[in-house]
Design a protein around this ligand. Structure first.
Ligand code: DQA
Length: 145
């Protein structure tokens, strides 16, 4: 079974209570369950993690690069300014799909820039928790090809 890391950046642990009008009512625990279940159906062993700490997220990306592990990454606010995260993602040795619950392109101007997109395999945004499901399907296709 291919292992996949689903990595979430700052504030995503508060999913469900955080600005539900923007991010929906699904809790973080429900997101974990959805990813794990969908992953199993696709033949992927999914491990979901969340951190508010940029250094920890960078370390997890290094771990994925060192073990050729595919990644689904929601960098949250780091998307828009973390060159450290971008440089870590540039070292990827397996597919890395950027995901967002909301559609940053349809929101405030500062969200229109992603410093991660240019080094990702692709980006899926705007479909709520379904963005993660679509990303896992993309990863399954990429590792099979
Ligand atoms: C987000 C979008 C980002 O702009 C924001 O900072 C987040 C969540 C999303 O999933 O829609 O924290 O990545």
């Amino acid at each position: 079974m291919t292992r996949v890391l689903v990595l979430n950046g700052p504030n995503l642990g508060r999913l469900g209570s955080r600005e539900p009008e923007v991010y929906g009512h699904t809790s973080y625990d429900d997101l974990v369950g959805r990813c794990t279940t969908e992953g199993a159906a696709l033949g992927l062993a999914v491990e979901v993690r969340q951190t508010d700490d940029e250094a920890e997220l960078v370390r997890w990306i290094h771990e994925a690069a060192d073990t050729a592990t595919p990644v689904v990454l929601n960098p949250a606010a780091f998307t828009h300014y973390s060159y450290a995260l971008r440089d870590a993602c540039a070292q990827r040795t397996a597919p890395l799909v950027e995901v967002h619950l909301s559609n940053p392109a349809a929101r405030e101007e500062f969200r229109h820039t992603s410093v991660v997109s240019g080094v990702a395999s692709g980006t899926i945004a705007g479909f709520g928790v379904e963005s993660y499901v679509l990303a896992l399907r993309a990863v399954a296709g990429l590792v099979a090809s």
